[in-house]
Design a protein around this ligand. Structure first.
Ligand SMILES: Nc1ncnc2c1ncn2[C@@H]1O[C@H](COP(=O)(O)OP(=O)(O)OP(=O)(O)O)[C@@H](O)[C@H]1O
Length: 249
């Protein structure tokens, strides 16, 4: 096996030097793998993602994407991943279709491939009717779907998905999960942060439980059960027990 697609190596980081939020966090993700990042509110999931995206620089430690550091070539580093944010971001004055065209331009996608793929995605996420609409008029879930369609226009090595299920209808959730599974089969890696533990349990190959900026558990569900001595427990039971024990010291 080659090196992992994503290697987060012992990063300590956060928003202000001297006040780290993350403490020696390590995450490896291989090709064909979906890894779930779970933890209570404020545990450090989004902060970890911001470091991987390059929006924050670690105070210590290294992040490699396909063996490459961001500072070696920020543009190439960025092109190796797609990010589906928790809070949709869009341009007020561009229609849905214009957003997709902008992505196609930025990633230099071939026009006919782009159009074919865009149409398939619009159909899958039931957004064909809205192509000429402005996203400011969209419902919350529709805005999220715009982010998702955008992310799937390209074929990156890594997908980073931050809390994707809030706001999506059940069909949208199903489409997103099927799309992620398809990308995984084709060789992509996925890092997904979520509070929906039943879904994480069902879809993620491995799980990382962050607590107060530290990794407190990692592995497959079977590994987690073994590490906690909670045979046959659900991920939710393990999560509640571990975060409770940590709280009580
Ligand atoms: N912009 C910021 N500036 C300073 N501190 C921040 C900022 N954003 C988050 N934090 C702090 O970093 C810590 C981790 O927050 P983070 O957003 O990574 O948590 P999370 O696990 O993603 O939580 P949630 O499940 O609520 O989304 C928290 O203590 C939070 O207060």
């Amino acid at each position: 096996m080659g090196h992992p697609v994503l290697q987060v190596q012992e990063i300590t980081g956060g928003y202000m030097k001297g006040k780290p939020v993350l403490h020696r966090v390590s995450i490896d993700i291989q090709s064909h793998e979906m890894v779930g990042l779970i933890g209570l509110n404020g545990a450090g999931k989004s902060t970890t993602i911001k470091h991987i995206l390059g929006l924050l620089d670690p105070f210590e430690g290294t992040i490699l994407l396909g063996g490459m550091k961001r500072k070696d070539s920020p543009a190439e580093y960025a092109s190796r991943m797609s990010y589906i944010p928790e809070t949709p971001l869009f341009y007020e004055h561009l229609t849905l279709w214009e957003h997709l065209e902008l992505t196609a331009m930025a990633y230099q996608l071939n026009q006919s491939d782009f159009e074919k793929r865009a149409k398939e995605l619009l159909q899958e996420f039931r957004m064909e009717r809205m192509v000429n609409w402005f996203p400011s008029t969209f419902s919350k879930g529709m805005k999220q779907k715009l982010m998702i369609i955008n992310a799937f226009l390209t074929d990156p090595a890594l997908y980073i998905v931050d809390e994707p299920f809030v706001g999506l209808d059940p069909r949208g959730i199903q489409s997103l999960l099927q799309m992620l599974e398809k990308k995984k089969r084709e060789g992509a890696s996925i890092l997904m942060s979520t509070h929906i533990l039943a879904t994480a349990e069902q879809y993620c190959d491995r799980l990382i439980l962050l607590h107060e900026g530290r990794v407190v558990l990692r592995g497959t569900l079977a590994d987690l059960r073994q590490q906690t001595g909670m045979e046959r427990a659900s991920l939710e039971d393990i999560f509640l027990t571990v975060t409770e024990v940590q709280r009580n010291g």
